[in-house]
Structures are given as C-alpha cells and as structure tokens.
Design a protein around this ligand. Structure first.
Ligand SMILES: NC(=O)c1ccc[n+]([C@@H]2O[C@H](COP(=O)([O-])OP(=O)(O)OC[C@H]3O[C@@H](n4cnc5c(N)ncnc54)[C@H](OP(=O)(O)O)[C@@H]3O)[C@@H](O)[C@H]2O)c1
Length: 399
C-alpha cells in the first residue's frame, strides 16, 4: 500500500505516471500534481486505471507542504524542473515525506548545476529519518547504476569511464530539443568538463569531438564531450577512477542551428527589455520551438546510452561496454512518448519502486551508485529498458 505524489506533468512526468500506473501492487494510489492541472488531467485520461490530479506551484513551499500534509504520500517523485528541487526537498522535510528526483538543482539565474546544494541536505534528511534519492533518470541514473554494476561484477578497479549518450532518432523537424528546451540548451551551451587525475579539466562548449560506432546496426555517429552531473557523484564515490568523461551525439543540422541561435543571442539567460517588457531570450526561444511532447508521434529510430569502462580484474586489464537500446516508436506505442522521456521515466519509476519496497531505503541524501545495483538492473530488464554487457578489445574511442 503506497501512495506516491508525482510532481511535473511534462514529458518525463507522463512516462513515470504511465509506468507507475502499470504496477498497481506497488503504486496503489497515484496523485499527479503540476503547475497546470489540465496537463495532469490529459495524462490521467490516457491511463487504464484512475489516478488523482492536483494543481500546485512547487516553488511555493507552504502551498506544497499543505498538499503533502493533506495527502500524506509515502514518496514524492519530482519530475518538474531542476529549479524546483530545493523547494520540493524543503516541503518534504516539512511534511515528513521521502523524496526522489531525476536532475540536480540548478539556480534559475545561473546556468550551473552541481550536487553541493542538495548534498547539503544530508544531515536534515538523516535527522528526520527520511531518504532523498538523487538523479534516478537515465543519465544521471542508469549510468550511475551501470558503473556500480560493472564495478561489482567485472572489475576490481575502474580507471577510465566514458558515458556515451546517442540519440540516433529523427523527428523530422529542422530544430527541436527532445526534452525541456531551456534545460537542454543551457546544458549543451555550457563549457565541457571532464575528470582527469583528481581534477576537473574545462573545455570550451562542444570543442572535443570523437566518432563512435554504435552497436546493433546504429553505426558511427559524431559525439561531443560535455559536462554531465553524474561525473561529479561517480568520481566522488569511485575515487579510483582516473578519467571520467561524458559524450553526447549531435547531428550537423542541430549544431548549425544552435550555433546561429547562440551567435544572435537567443540562448542567453540574461533578461532583455523588449517593448518595455523584460524577457529572457532562452525562455522566448522555448516558447517558439516545438513542444518536446509534440515530437512523440513524429520520432523514429533508436537511442543507445551506455558506459565504456576500462580497468583491472585479477591483475589484468579489461574493457567492458554496457548499454541499452530504446526504440522511439515502441515507446510511443506503449506510453505516448518518445524514447528520451521514456528512458528517464522508467528509471524514475524503478528508483521509486526500490525505495517503496525497502530495497533501497536509508535515511539521508544518496546518489544511485551508493546502493546495490542488482535489484535495479533486474527491474530495468523487466520494465522496458533491457541492457547488454559486452567485453571489448579496445574502447572504440579515438581519444
Ligand atoms: N536524468 C535524466 O536522464 C533526465 C533526462 C531528461 C530530463 N530529465 C529531467 O526531467 C525533468 C522533467 O523534464 P521534462 O522534459 O519532462 O520537462 P517538461 O516537459 O518541461 O516538464 C516539466 C513539468 O514541470 C512542471 N513545472 C515546472 N515548474 C513547476 C512548478 N513550479 N510547480 C509545479 N510544476 C512545475 C511544468 O509545468 P507547466 O507545464 O505548467 O510548465 C511541466 O509540466 C527535468 O528536471 C529534466 O532535467 C532528466
């Protein structure tokens, strides 16, 4: 008997709600709350079993606390935006509710994300006997669990880790982002950063390029080094890692549009005055770009996200590659959403399931790689994101 309150009725929120609704014995009572309740009702209408919906502004801590105290869920699944993380954690502490999210906190006024703000809640959650699970999406999320799984079963020490996120899908639009455009563009236009011998090396945005030959017929794609939040927690929790990098594939058309938008100032987050009104260029851009949820029925092709790890086992060097391949059209058929939201929403449901079943339950603030990866990996196979692990002769990266 577990009641969950899901916050955020966007692309990811839709998938989490569908997946939780499929598991009626774990998620016995579901409430979907968001800033615009009509979006919650639209998702609810797609489901085979009834759920409840609510309107809430998650940035209004007293309002959210009151909703949590009234509903008394066992867990809040936060799939609103990273800006809401701390407010939702505060409301969970006020009301005595466990917390989970898929993206670390980012201040709205600065394009910067790091775990320090949320890790600072460690004592408060521990003292309240509550758990906060951070980053239970795919990347972060599954990539952290993959790393823990490789370490547990294939390595004594991991020395090099390359997390590679490939979207080989095509939505047929000249330019669109697969999840919230504001969050996506802030991430892609930020400096790259990777971990090397105990320190961060910063690189200009998208300045390091490689090509990877993806498995199962996806083939070679260009990919670019970026900073991604799981690098921070993974290098903290696996201090033996000497180098950790994150790569994402981008097509030439996406990069061409992005370069032009950046050059003309449309990706900026500093407000400008237009006709006497203050507007943030990136927020205006979001308003004119296709809504990511509209891409669901249009997107064809597959994603392939995984980790290449090099290290030692019994004194010998080895390289392992672990990945999932997900088909956009199959996702749409199952939950009316493309694979980017699906690959985030399924691990969010599984993270919640781990907590509610007590398999991962410990007071404090935790990252995914701090728990036993095995039950989570089993559930990935059962609930739509099966994985493959192979031994490689070389990493397949040129650099
Ligand atoms: N770990 C991963 O692999 C991964 C991958 C992709 C995305 N993500 C994360 O997943 C989250 C959701 O992404 P998405 O693509 O689903 O975004 P989205 O489509 O923009 O949806 C966000 C939802 O949150 C709601 N919201 C925003 N501010 C709110 C507030 N103050 N109070 C209540 N609701 C609020 C929005 O409401 P309105 O509709 O009213 O605006 C919208 O329904 C983001 O944090 C994103 O960074 C993680």
């Amino acid at each position: 008997m577990s009641k969950v309150l899901i916050i955020g009725a966007g692309g990811v929120g839709g998938v989490v709600t569908h997946k939780c609704a499929q598991l009626a014995d774990v998620f016995t009572d579901i409430i979907l709350a968001s800033r615009t309740e009509a979006k919650c009702k639209k998702i609810a209408a797609q489901l085979k079993r009834p759920i409840r919906t609510a309107q809430v502004d998650a940035d209004n801590v007293p309002e959210l606390t009151a909703l949590l105290e009234k509903e008394k869920p066992s867990l809040v699944i936060n799939v609103a935006l990273p800006y809401q993380d701390l407010h939702i954690m505060d409301a969970c502490l006020n009301a005595g509710i466990h917390y989970m999210d898929t993206a670390n906190y980012e201040p709205p006024e600065e394009a910067k994300f790091e775990y320090s703000w949320q890790w600072a809640y460690q004592d408060k959650f521990e003292q309240a006997g509550l758990m906060a699970l951070l980053g239970s999406g795919f990347d972060p999320g599954v990539t952290n669990v993959y790393t823990a799984y490789l370490k547990k079963h294939y390595f004594d020490e991991i020395h090099e880790l390359d997390i590679i996120d490939c979207n080989a899908g095509d939505h047929g639009q000249p330019f669109a982002t697969n999840f919230n455009p504001e969050i996506n563009i802030r991430e892609v236009t930020a400096n790259g950063r990777y971990w090397q011998d105990g320190q961060w090396v910063e690189t200009p945005p998208l300045s390091i390029k490689d090509t990877y030959d993806f498995p199962e017929g996806i083939g070679p794609k260009n990919m670019y080094l970026m900073y991604h939040e799981e690098l921070e927690s993974i290098t903290k929790h696996f201090p033996e890692i000497k180098r950790a990098r994150f790569w994402m594939t981008f097509g030439d058309a996406y990069l061409k549009h992005l370069e032009v938008l950046e050059n003309v100032g449309m990706t900026g987050i500093e407000p400008v005055i237009y006709n006497g009104v203050e507007i943030v260029p990136l927020q205006f851009l979001k308003a004119v770009l296709p809504d990511p949820s509209s891409l669901g029925p249009l997107t064809k092709g597959r994603t392939c996200i995984g980790c290449v790890a090099k290290g030692i086992k019994d004194g010998k060097e080895r390289i392992m590659y672990i990945y999932n391949i997900c088909d956009h059209e199959a996702c749409y058929e199952e939950v009316q959403s493309q694979a980017i939201s699906y690959t985030t929403g399924v691990p969010a449901m599984i993270g919640a399931k781990m907590m509610l079943e007590g398999k991962w339950m410990k007071a404090g603030v935790w990252n995914m790689e701090q728990f036993d990866p095995d039950p989570f990996m089993e559930d990935l196979n059962s609930y739509g994101l099966p994985w493959t692990v192979v031994e490689l002769k070389n990493t397949g990266l040129a650099s």
